[in-house]
Ligand binder design. Sequence first.
Ligand SMILES: Cc1cc2nc3c(=O)[nH]c(=O)nc-3n(C[C@H](O)[C@H](O)[C@H](O)COP(=O)(O)OP(=O)(O)OC[C@H]3O[C@@H](n4cnc5c(N)ncnc54)[C@H](O)[C@@H]3O)c2cc1C
Length: 460
Amino acid sequence: MNDDMRPIAVIGAGFSGTMTARHLLDRVGGRRILLCERGPTFARGAAYSTDDPVHLLNVRAENMSAFSAEPNHFAAWLEGLGDIPPRHVHRTPVGTFVSRVLYGRYLTSLVQEPLSTRDGAARFRIVPDEVVRLEKRPAGGYILHLACGRTHEIAGAVLALGNLAERADETPSRLVRDPWSARFTEGLEPGRPVVIVGTGLTMVDIALSLSASGFPGPVLAISRRGLVPGAHVPAGPWKLAQFDPLAEAPLSRMLHAMRRDVRAAAEAGAPWQSVIDAMRPVTSAAWQRLSVSEQARFLRHLRPWWDVHRHRMAPPVDSRFRQLVAEGYLTAAAGRIAAMDVLEDGVAIDWQPRGTGRTERLAAQRVILATGSPPAASCGDPLLTSLEEAGLIRSDPHGLGIEADGAFQAIGRNGAPSEALWAVGPIVRGSLWECSAVPDIRRDAERVADSIGARLASPS
Ligand SMILES: Cc1cc2nc3c(=O)[nH]c(=O)nc-3n(C[C@H](O)[C@H](O)[C@H](O)COP(=O)(O)OP(=O)(O)OC[C@H]3O[C@@H](n4cnc5c(N)ncnc54)[C@H](O)[C@@H]3O)c2cc1C
């Protein structure tokens, strides 16, 4: 094959990979784009593969367009659907919140669209397989190895591997490591508790699914602080007055300034949500200005607080969650799990409720881990392992994912950007932090495509 026309591979077809592939079509001349996905569906990824309508988007539909230049794109698609069952669309005073099932359908249409044009059908290739290795060619580019044994010569690749997860549990087991597997509701007996480790948005999803499946409870959710996410409320725009996220300042001073802004907003009748929303456009830049040790302090002390303020529940989810708590179906507790023993018929847990100094024993019939992505180094992903061994990527300093520079180039073992290897989406959150939700990824997908287009235009 003419080396100049080798395709670009996008590895992972969740939202990040799908949108990057779409933008690349317009930026790489006549080259083909290979969109590789190991899962059964394209475009939906972990977040939008659910078939449970109780799972709603946690961002208003008004802000979920896949294209930053067309803010009404999703809203127009919704309108075009005509009659939609009410459980999929919730119009609230805060905005419209739709089911993730419906959003998944929207994303599927975004993969189908380019295939319906002549140029798209010729250049947009869907590759339904797992990429297990990228082999660097001495003359530039890579040989991409698929799990089935086939290979492709490519000019470059984008890693859009998303929210790293433990491999899916094959059967509904006593200890569920993959919280996005719907199978955790199967085979439960009434009366014996289910324990969820983690009290964030994933815990809320799990609790709602358990209740909708008919499991009568009880459910106990445990995390170190027992903090649960806040909810969206009507929140007008707020202009940061006291707090400059881009100022060179230690984290503690930034926190005080932010609290002053929250107080000022409250005096003006605006909720804390307005202040958090005002920070969003500059959060990533602020993160990148912190030193590695300040970032580590943030992760150690502030992250649980940040997460529950930043990632909020849709109002219908919030009211259902409160109802489950009020009915005693669900308890969210602060504590530390000291030991967990997986037995034939359940899981024995020793845990220490926060501030009590005592250890309690609990006999759960199932434990579901909802503590977030495992560190890149420990998730056993064959592609990441091979790239790391080849020195083409390295973990970010906090082990949240892999390191990338401001142009989304993956950083290799030697600290330099790896040739023709890019990364986008939650996999680079250690470097960019605010890069894991649709409003951020849609912008980043365009930027990474721009960066690749510019690189191909001047290969030197
Ligand atoms: C449960 C949940 C709910 C969320 N809800 C919202 C929301 O309401 N609003 C919002 O803005 N954001 C939400 N998010 C944030 C979410 O991270 C982003 O919206 C977005 O879906 C991330 O997309 P992604 O493509 O980066 O990752 P993913 O969706 O994780 O996709 C990555 C894909 O890569 C594939 N893959 C990985 N390795 C390989 C390989 N070697 N070869 C081939 N394929 C591979 C995986 O199978 C997967 O399909 C949610 C996240 C989760 C987990």
